[in-house]
Ligand binder design. Structure first.
Ligand SMILES: [Fe+2]
Length: 295
């Protein structure tokens, strides 16, 4: 990772606004490629999709190499950002050195604008649940996670972004709300935040808190990226990324941008892959909101 790449992401201590982007998914790979550098200022990939147990794939591994070559080609059109799901930052397991080494090696090759993961734990005692599990928001956990974030950042040589999760349970023993925990964590660890507005909306509904009150605690100078996605409605809202972004989430997004200014914003779609023209509508809507505030 060159220092220059990271400096281009953070200007005067603020995260540089890069316009709208999209999460690269197989179903939309061609459409994404066509729009890179024009309608799309950047794109996000799931870090783990490009990692293998032995790190960068060797030339003999044709299939794996193909995906790296495609990423190289796309990155030639617009910058990439890495979004991980295995950092396991809240776990009591030691940090996974092999995973971090592979991420660092991948980042040295593709020079992402930034690297993000989630405020959660994904497993303990070496077992990976492949789920983003909620944390207990206590002083001890804050100290624990801040110290681990610091070590990750030192190792990767850059600040990372942590995303607020969507949650379906909470712990009575928590001493902070999630938003206050995130604020304290970002300040103590000197890390950035990836604000997923749909996750705020989903968790607010599921736990009965006020989404706007949650957002009022977020230190926006540390927000480097915003996720917008759809959820599945029911008694409990499920963060499926299988539906269009709801009007209520658009409303929150518009309020955030209007008060705090534009941030690099991305549409996340992970299931029910509708024609890309429908994603285009959402991208244009986000672009308009950003441009309105920018002007
Ligand atoms: Fe997200």
């Amino acid at each position: 990772m060159s220092a220059q790449t990271h400096l281009s992401a953070v200007v005067d201590g603020r995260w540089h606004h890069r316009g709208v982007g999209v999460g690269l998914r197989e179903a939309y790979a061609e459409e994404t490629f066509c729009r890179l550098g024009t309608e799309l200022g950047w794109f996000e990939v799931i870090t783990e999709n490009y990692l293998w147990p032995t790190g960068i794939p060797k030339p003999r591994d044709a299939r794996k190499l193909k995906s790296h070559l495609r990423l190289e080609r796309m990155r030639g059109q617009a910058p990439v950002v890495f979004h991980g799901v295995s950092l396991n930052i809240g776990s009591t397991d030691p940090l996974d050195k092999k995973y971090l080494r592979n991420v660092r090696e991948l980042a040295q090759r593709f020079e992402p604008l930034w690297i993000s993961d989630h405020l959660c734990f994904t497993g303990v005692t070496g077992k990976n649940t492949h789920d983003l599990l909620p944390l207990l928001y206590t002083e001890d956990m804050l100290k624990h996670v801040a110290e681990r974030v610091g070590r990750v950042q030192d190792y990767l040589g850059q600040r990372i972004l942590l995303e607020n999760p969507s949650t379906y349970l909470a712990f009575e023993e928590s001493q902070f709300s999630e938003a206050v925990f995130l604020k304290n964590l970002a300040e103590q660890a000197d890390c950035g935040l990836l604000l997923d507005i749909n996750n705020v909306f989903v968790s607010a509904h599921n736990h009965g808190f006020n989404a706007r009150e949650y957002l009022s605690h977020i230190p926006f100078s540390r927000v480097g990226q915003i996720h917008l996605a759809g959820h599945t409605s029911g008694k409990v809202l499920i963060d499926t990324h299988a539906e269009a972004v709801t009007d209520a989430v658009w409303q929150l997004y518009e309020e955030v941008v209007s008060v705090h200014g534009p941030r690099s914003t991305m549409i996340e779609r992970d299931a029910n892959f509708v024609p890309f023209s429908e994603i285009d509508v959402e991208l244009r809507r986000a672009s308009k909101i950003l441009a309105r505030r920018h002007s």
